[in-house]
Design a protein around this ligand. Structure first.
Ligand code: PRP
Ligand code: URA
Length: 209
């Protein structure tokens, strides 16, 4: 089963509380999401492999460490996942970005795909799927399905807030995928919104409501 990592660093929790506050407007919400994504990316990439390289300092030759292995790809689930991309890129500027467009049908609550564009070498990359909200888990699970249908095998999922139901769904559907969140909240409400959550992430990010 994929491991759930809860990245509850004090700076992240402080910023997340500001994001939850309904008085926080879109500009601050965007900034905070970017900052938290950068801080989370630090932990999400903690297990990346290193290799020895020789460099010459002004003093002498020395063997030191550099990243080895697969290059990184970041795959935001549209729309709200877009708000997490810049923060990650500020740490990993060479990452390639793929996009998966999904929305949750308000009646059936099932994810509907409307767009998918990945880097041509996506299957050779370590992919980080990003979406602020893991509610029922339908959207994230479907996004991971699309990646697997395109032969991608090294996938991790990074979300801001998860409901227990969403974590369970992804762990069941994709036992090979580790999940990273800043908070595991209490539950879903009758509309499948996360409680306490932060409301509709896409609307708050883009000011559409
Ligand atoms: C939100 C959120 C996730 C999804 C989570 O997107 O950004 O993608 O809901 O819900 P789930 O875990 O139950 O699938 P939404 O469908 O509202 O689309 P948007 O980002 O375009 O607003
Ligand atoms: N999507 C959101 O944006 N927020 C939730 O709480 C659940 C799904």
């Amino acid at each position: 089963m994929g491991t759930l990592h809860i990245i509850d660093h004090p700076l992240i929790l402080h910023k997340l509380t500001l994001m939850r506050d309904k008085k926080t407007g879109s500009k601050d919400f965007r900034e905070l999401l970017k900052e938290i994504s950068m801080l989370m990316a630090y932990e999400v990439t903690r297990d990346l492999p290193l290799e020895d390289v020789v460099v010459e300092t002004p003093i002498c030759k020395t063997t030191q460490k550099m990243l080895a292995g697969r290059k990184i790809g970041v795959v935001p689930i549209l729309r709200a996942g877009l708000g997490m991309v810049d923060g990650i890129l500020s740490l990993i500027p060479a990452a390639r970005i793929g996009h998966i467009g999904l929305y949750r049908d308000p009646q059936t609550l099932e994810p509907v795909e409307y767009y998918c564009k990945l880097p041509t070498d996506a299957k050779d990359r370590e992919l980080i799927v990003v979406d602020p909200m893991l509610a029922t888990g339908g959207s994230s699970s479907a996004a991971i399905d699309f990646l697997k249908q395109r032969d991608c095998t090294h996938i991790r999922l990074m979300c801001l807030i998860a409901a227990p139901e969403g974590v369970e769904r992804v762990q069941k559907d994709h036992p090979d995928v580790n999940i990273y969140v800043a908070s595991l909240d209490e539950r879903l409400n009758e509309h499948c919104y996360i409680v306490p959550g932060l409301g509709d992430a896409g609307d708050r990010l883009f000011g559409t409501k």
